[in-house]
Design a protein around this ligand. Sequence first.
Ligand SMILES: *Cc1c(COP(=O)(O)O)cnc(C)c1O
Length: 370
Amino acid sequence: MGVSFDKVDGAMWLDFDVQPAANPVSATDRAARLADPGFGRVFTDHMAIVRYSQGKGWHGARVESRANFPLDPATAVLHYAQEIFEGLKAYKREDGGVNLFRPDANARRFRDSADRMAMAPLPEPVFIEAVEQIVRIDRDWIPGGEGSLYLRPFMIANEVFLGVKPSADYIFAVIASPVGSYFKGGPAPVSIWVSENYTRAAIGGTGAVKCGGNYAASLRAQAEAIEHGCDQVVFLDAVERRYIEELGGMNVFFVFDDGTLSTPPLGTILPGITRDSIIALAREAGTPVREAPYTIEEWRADAASGKLKEAFACGTAAVISPIGKVCSASGDFTIGGGAAGPVAMGLRKKLVDIQYGRAADSHGWIRKVL
Ligand SMILES: *Cc1c(COP(=O)(O)O)cnc(C)c1O
């Protein structure tokens, strides 16, 4: 039947052995790297690591200098892709403190991902503590203004074995990357390509969990989008090939002329924390939100008739990206004249203001780390 790992208590706690980097990047070099960090190429001085082995459970929690992993060529993750990850950000407040946004939701989703991928479940408090340790020790790397520190927790199967089975050993780690304001001068609308040759997820598959394999499988479709002059790919459902699912790494929303919002239902899509937060903010403001299937034919017809006012994509990295143009083998169409719409921009501002501590956090989403 199921996969069995050593019982992990939901409230389990580990003390991290903190060993500050002996040779951190100098303040001058750090300032140069923070001047224009882009996304995902600049990294902080430290990483957090926790190990798991069958029989011993989670152990060896450390914060140390960011360094290579020595991996035997037969390490399971290199062959069978037993790997999961998360993405969340630390935001610098105007008072100099630092906020995390809903890290408990990332910790819970990480456990769900581990379960689906037959990996050892990491206790949620250990996930959150590892993230907070990195934020604290690398706080000088958090950009001010509209920048943030992108945190990347991940777990890999570390058993040296070529047999196909759930690994007995795992490495959980957190690395961090300062990122600039995703858009200079406000988010520019993106163009998206409707993938008719490839699908992302099927019922019973791994679409709803954050595993690297989903991304590997999306790259060919994303390349097709770029070949057609588009920024991003949008996937349709794998059964009827009609229902809009999501982008390679972002959920989607539709805004209608009757003031309602709609977003594809959970199931095969990734349950985005940004998606969930937008639903809550919209409903709180009195906007009805449907979680309902929506086809590409409806999208095209509603854009043409004017019933559809806006469409946007959402996720932690870019928050909200308006969708200006949709391209497919059967023709292109624009939404709202191809410009960013007021509903997308209003929700974006509400969410970002909460994240940076400029607006009241009535949902208990903010965790002050510093
Ligand atoms: C991470 C991710 C999202 C967005 O999730 P957030 O929690 O909002 O960052 C959407 N789709 C996919 C496929 C993802 O991997």
